[in-house]
Design a binder for this molecule. Structure first.
Ligand SMILES: C[S@@+](CC[C@H](N)C(=O)[O-])C[C@H]1O[C@@H](n2cnc3c(N)ncnc32)[C@H](O)[C@@H]1O
Length: 417
């Protein structure tokens, strides 16, 4: 599968020695400071916490601009956090510390009312409905924050993901938070505030940024509020208003690959768990813009390939490649990968492949187009058959298919009758 080339994450080298060099900034046993943060790190007017600081552009920028506030940056991936720590050390910041924990552990680390402000920037969207509880703005998390924040304490939330943002607004309101400074285009009139690493990239690509401030009020629910609400309609794909209808596929188009489209694809890419027989072998994937950049440059050196992105309106929802293009025999192979499960089983893959066949047998002048499908991917095999591909072979992992121009034109003719 095409995407595999980029999804294998490199482990950062020398993590341990690098962490050791910044050891002064790491709070190794944060729960020992529970209820005593102001005592153990005295001299600051306020205490802020950043959840998922990543590589820390926002962390160091905010700490530098608010020296009177202590900023505790939480990050569960040390490979990212070490970069943030190095940045803080290099700037000689005295008001920032790092906690290598999961945000779900907040109550073990902070006593009720201990925090003044929480920053949540560009948290993972977890688009599938069944994963909604993992979003850092899900009710379970908001209740943890409500406990740890003082009355009137604030959450500052930024994201590029408008469906996540709109969904979160509903959750904040249902959970009794008071919202202000709500915008779907934070930088409409020029850059505002300290940007995060993700934000800086997105803004450079012309994307809009959402932001809101949620304040803890008298009616805000904490963990004592009882059972969590059931999360209905929590799929972010549905929240975007994309119905599962033929009208959807009318908004589809193929665009020749560019670096910003490639970045947009890999930013939202998620593995399809159903394609892995042994779920423990699903590779870890985290978006790394630099790695995508190299990958994009490398693959454009290959003259027998042409890459396209599958667009749903202005949204990149998949990648499509014509590979092994053989001008002499007028044959090529098609590969397709949808960005995540939110776009599967909705006719997008079929419609995109149909466009690819039009392009392949049309402007590219191909006579034969090949495709393959993992044995486990029954859905893709169904789509290939539906489009008129014939199975030609099978091995222990793949089924192989082909379609000729004649067969394709014939199948189109049959459909018209
Ligand atoms: C999409 S990145 C954004 C990083 C950074 N905030 C930015 O905007 O550049 C999300 C980060 O949150 C971290 N993260 C996600 N869930 C987390 C959790 N439950 N606890 C701590 N960190 C988490 C991830 O490891 C990742 O570094």
């Amino acid at each position: 599968m095409e995407c595999d080339e980029i999804v294998r994450m490199r482990k950062r080298h020398n993590l341990e020695p690098r962490m050791e060099k910044c050891a002064d900034l790491l709070i190794a046993e944060p729960s020992e400071n529970r209820g005593r943060w102001r005592e153990t790190l005295p001299g600051f007017e306020t205490l802020s916490v950043e959840l998922g600081c990543g590589k820390g552009r926002f962390t160091v920028g905010t700490a530098a601009s608010l020296p009177q506030s202590l900023l505790l940056a939480i990050e569960k991936v040390p490979d990212a956090m070490v970069v943030a720590m190095e940045r803080a050390r290099d700037q000689g910041l005295a008001n920032v510390r790092f906690l290598d924990i999961d945000a779900a552990k907040l109550a073990e680390v902070f006593a009720p009312g201990e925090i003044d402000r929480i920053y949540i920037n560009f948290c993972d969207p977890w688009p599938k409905s069944r994963d909604a509880k993992l979003r850092l703005t899900a009710p379970g998390f908001l209740r943890l924050y409500a406990d740890a924040l003082r009355d009137g304490g604030e959450i500052h939330f930024k994201t590029d993901n408008t469906p996540l943002f709109d969904w979160s607004i509903g959750v904040f309101r249902d959970e009794g938070w008071t919202l202000s400074e709500l915008t779907h285009d934070l930088h409409a009139n020029g850059p505002v505030g300290v940007m995060t690493d993700y934000e800086a990239k997105f803004v450079a690509e012309g994307m809009k940024i959402n932001r809101l401030v949620a304040a803890k009020a008298a009616g805000t629910r904490g963990t004592a509020a009882g059972p969590l609400p059931r999360l209905r309609g929590a799929s972010l794909v549905d929240a975007r208003g994309y119905a599962q209808s033929a009208a959807d596929t009318a908004a589809l188009s193929l665009k020749e690959a560019t670096l910003p489209l490639c970045q947009a694809f890999y930013r939202h890419f998620e593995h399809a768990p159903e394609l892995f027989e042994d779920k423990s072998t699903i590779p870890q994937y985290r978006y790394d813009p630099e790695r995508v950049k190299t990958y994009f440059a490398d693959r454009h050196k290959l003259s027998d390939r042409r890459y396209y992105y599958i667009m749903l309106g202005s949204e990149v929802i998949g990648e499509l490649v014509f590979k092994k293009i053989d001008p002499e025999n007028r044959s090529c192979e098609l590969g397709i990968c949808l960005v995540n499960d939110g776009y599967k089983n909705r006719g997008f893959g079929t419609a995109a492949l149909r466009m690819a066949l039009e392009l392949g047998f049309g402007s590219f002048g191909m006579e034969t187009i090949l495709a393959d499908s993992l044995l486990l991917n029954a859905r893709s095999q169904h789509v290939l058959r539906k489009l008129g591909f014939r199975q030609t072979a099978e091995d222990e992992r793949f089924r192989y298919y082909r379609i000729t121009r004649e067969e394709y034109l014939g199948s189109k003719g049959e459909k018209r009758e």
